[in-house]
Ligand binder design. Structure first.
Ligand SMILES: *Cc1c(COP(=O)(O)O)cnc(C)c1O
Length: 400
């Protein structure tokens, strides 16, 4: 699809990866369900095939269904040479970290990181003698002091997917580079339509395809994209870890990808409308939504990002855990569950004090009694219906 390299992202979402020799004469690549790839002769088998993308060899190296998805994602990611697929977002994160770190290295991780990313530093990386230190993503001056000669990589998440702090990615990535460390970013929130990390100083971009790309709450997958040298290094490690996604799941992800642009536009617009409305509610202490003018991090978002999504949070004013639960339990249109990026709206409670080490919760400017939060993942429902649902849940929450 190189003829379309100059297309806009909305077009690439539709055209990416649809090589004629993988699809013709149908629109989508067929589901190549295969472990065995056959060779014509023993001579052919002995000669083998180059260990490169797009060559049949054996099921673990994928088939056109997976190749088409990886290629479509690469086309959406300026600066990327290739994209690796992993069976979940977490395996993409651990795969990327294991791919660039070695024993004795120090990893810096943003303090507002997705909690399973924090957990794997203790349950996985520590066993390989990789030490992790957490940093405050909003403290640019302090960040430079976090480096030591052993610091090999930094993991960012912007904004944090629970509390939505927006850090200055270009500035922090430049500091990392000046200190000889690689910058990895979990870009699940914005995805490539909202933020292109490799053009903002990051070396590796990671996504949970489970969220916006899947889009229908029925799929788990992750991706890692990078420039040529790093991509090739990561590919060797990913093959060593035996990472492969099923062709059925790849086909589902491709199906989700084709509508991602319109879904994100809709959920972003609804989220913004609800965030504005929540800001006026007496029960709300703070809205955490960088797309909202005046909200923390909005300036950085407006400078670096071209889009957002339906995920944002707010803090209840003077609530306790019971009030927080009453609010969520009263919601009728919002499911109670983890994940986001699906067509249906979700709500989850949070109070992340115990998952912070370099920062404190609640953040500066928020009273301690306002520390209980609600995270909303906005889907494709009518915005007015969602707003009415939130309004009736505030009534039932019955804050004294
Ligand atoms: C969900 C999520 C992940 C992990 O993805 P899974 O597919 O659930 O393993 C990673 N990062 C962020 C920001 C997420 O929201």
């Amino acid at each position: 699809m190189s003829a379309h390299n100059s297309s806009k992202p909305a077009t690439k979402v539709v055209s990416g990866g649809r090589r004629k020799d993988w699809t013709w004469p149908v629109v989508n690549p067929p589901i190549w369900r295969a472990s065995t790839h056959l060779y014509e002769t023993t001579q052919d088998l002995r000669r083998g095939h180059p260990n490169e993308d797009g060559h049949f060899h054996y099921g673990r190296r994928g088939s056109p269904t997976q190749w088409a998805l990886a290629e479509a994602l690469t086309e959406l990611e300026p600066g990327a040479y290739g994209t690796l697929l992993y069976p979940s977002g977490v395996s993409a994160i651990s795969g990327a970290l294991l791919g660039v770190l070695k024993a004795g290295d120090v990893l810096l991780m943003t303090d507002n990181v997705y909690e399973p990313s924090r957990d794997l530093t203790r349950t996985l990386l520590a066993d390989f003698n990789i030490e992790t230190r957490f940093f405050d993503p909003l403290d640019v001056d302090g960040f430079a002091d976090c480096f030591c000669p052993k610091t090999a990589a930094v993991l960012f998440e912007a904004p944090g997917s629970l509390t939505l702090e927006m850090c200055d990615v270009p500035k922090l990535a430049a500091i990392a580079r000046a200190n000889g460390a690689l910058s990895l970013i979990d870009n699940t929130w914005a995805g490539p339509l909202g933020f292109t990390p490799l053009t903002h100083g990051c070396d590796i971009t990671i996504m949970a395809l489970t969220k916006h790309v899947g889009g229908h709450s029925d799929l788990m997958m992750g991706s890692v994209a990078a420039g040529e040298e790093l991509y090739k290094r990561l590919r060797i490690k990913s093959q060593a870890l035996g990472m492969v996604v099923s062709p059925d799941d790849a086909a589902l992800a491709l199906r989700g990808l084709r509508t991602m642009h319109v879904r994100l536009q809709h959920s972003t617009a609804t989220a913004l409308k609800l965030a504005e409305w929540l800001e006026q509610r007496p029960e709300v202490a703070r809205v955490m939504c960088p797309m909202l003018p005046g909200a923390p991090g909005h300036d950085l978002w407006a400078r670096d990002f071209t889009g957002g999504c339906g995920l944002f949070s707010f803090l209840l004013k003077g609530a306790d855990v019971q009030a927080q639960s009453r609010f969520i339990d009263a919601l009728e249109l919002f499911g109670i569950g983890y994940s986001w990026g699906g067509f249906e709206s979700l709500a989850t409670p949070f109070e992340p004090s115990r998952a912070r080490s370099a920062t404190s919760w609640p953040p500066a400017g928020v009273e301690r009694e306002d520390r209980f939060g609600i995270r909303l993942a906005i889907g494709l429902e009518d915005p007015d219906d969602l707003q009415s649902d939130l309004a009736q849940a505030f009534e039932k929450m019955d804050l004294k």
